[in-house]
Design a protein around this ligand. Sequence first.
Ligand code: NAD
Length: 511
Amino acid sequence: MAQAAFAAASVAARGVAALLGGRVGSVVDGQVVAGQGSAITLDDPATGLPLLGYADAGAAVARAAAEGAARAQRGWIALSAAERGRRLWALGAAIRAEAEALATLECANTGKPLRDCRGEVARVAEMAEYWAGWCDKVEGRVVSVPSGHFVTVRREPMGVVLAITPWNAPLFTCGWNVLPALAAGNGVVLKPSEYTPLTSCAFGLLAVKAGLPAGLVQVVAGAGATSGEALLAAPEVAMVTFVGGAVSGARIAGACAARMIPCVMELGGKSANIVFADADLPAAVQGAQQAIFAGSGQSCVAGSRLLVQRSVHHRFVEMLAEASSRIRLGDPMDAATEAGPVCNARQFDHVRSLVAAGAAEGADVFIAPRGALPEAGFWVPPTILAGVTNEARVAQEEIFGPVVAAIPFEDEAEAIAIANATPFGLAGAAWTRDVGRAHRVAAAVRAGTFWINGYRTIHVSVPFGGFGASGHGRSSGQEALAAYTQAKAVWVETGVEPALGFGHRPAGVGG
Ligand code: NAD
């Protein structure tokens, strides 16, 4: 793997040269700007060796980014809606033109297999095209009031949106949160995870290349406690959209509450993937693998609780263990690799400590063979913890790694009760041939997304988000346009006798 380390470092250097002009820093007003804070070192997840380093942006860069975004937003909203749409479409084309460079850079930084990175880049280009089409469809409405008035409701942009994103899918979450905000007429300051800023910075530069005003998409490369906090305090920031963990989410939602600004929160989950005895079991095995082992389980929607009807539980776990031993685990840069390492040392330690906790609580542990993987690097092979109860730590806490807790259940009612017995509510699935049961379970499980005989599909056109501790608000589908705009009511006097004066209103009109 020493060879792989060399490959990752040189791929990262080539990507930084091609997409960032050779320098890692924040993107402010269309330029790469060096940070003024502490040094941050990025590791190659496949080997644990240093990949490259950069300096945390710091408060002054963060402030400049927020001010520049406010200026650029005024220029953006002054363009015709159709012109804004054309420019977002051009951004989609620019992403497609650099797809391979973006995918390899993402792969080197995150350790996510190249084939998954290629897929995510293509999805981001699609997002730009989808939102381009909405720019000239942000429409208000006319309300009938019982008085001599004509009332229109305008949808106006918030101004500057701060988008804070995590390390598990950096470019994907950048597109997911930045693009609808732009379509709604906002400027954006993006604060990617300090572990994975590279493709987000490239996105900021591609936006300028595609014709978006310089400054409209600012990217602040730095840590949450420093650069992130400085952005939360910037007076220009009028709304926050956050994707990440519950602890940071609570801190950031608190900061928004103190400033009385709205936020969209997309947090983690502990989603129940429910397999009934009447399901197509081989298809459900494939779905269970996709649910938890894709992206090495570092997915907010991961099906990390596998609920299996007791009569087939043992057989199903055996089938899953056998299938998982065939997952191609290896060099993320190899296009044939299906699973790579987890992204960083902190996550590696977290995942391993929870596997140990599961074993200590009495779970049967099945670990897929590591093959010829190196000792160094952040490798966690696909792991099944069987015979777990829903009260166990591994069934309640988000592991965010390739580790599934298999829990037996007796009947439909018990499956629903177990599925709902966590504070989370992000996603879930049911595998069954009984169409009535499929719909009953979909309605009864508390989750923002539910799949029947499938798992993990999401699309920019469909609302996505959490119930309960998994967050609130939606940043995809038509619902996002409401989130990223605010309603303004405009009253026009049309009566022969205008309803002016203190207290006078025709019957039925208050205020
Ligand atoms: P995290 O919460 O540690 O960090 C997320 C982002 O928040 C990073 O950019 C970080 O720098 C920033 N941040 C942290 N503290 C901050 C502060 N005080 N002020 C401003 N910014 C701050 O999460 P993570 O470890 O990067 O990501 C993993 C988590 O994200 C998991 O829990 C996962 O489930 C969740 N996630 C959710 C979704 C979703 O759509 N629901 C998607 C991906 C990941």
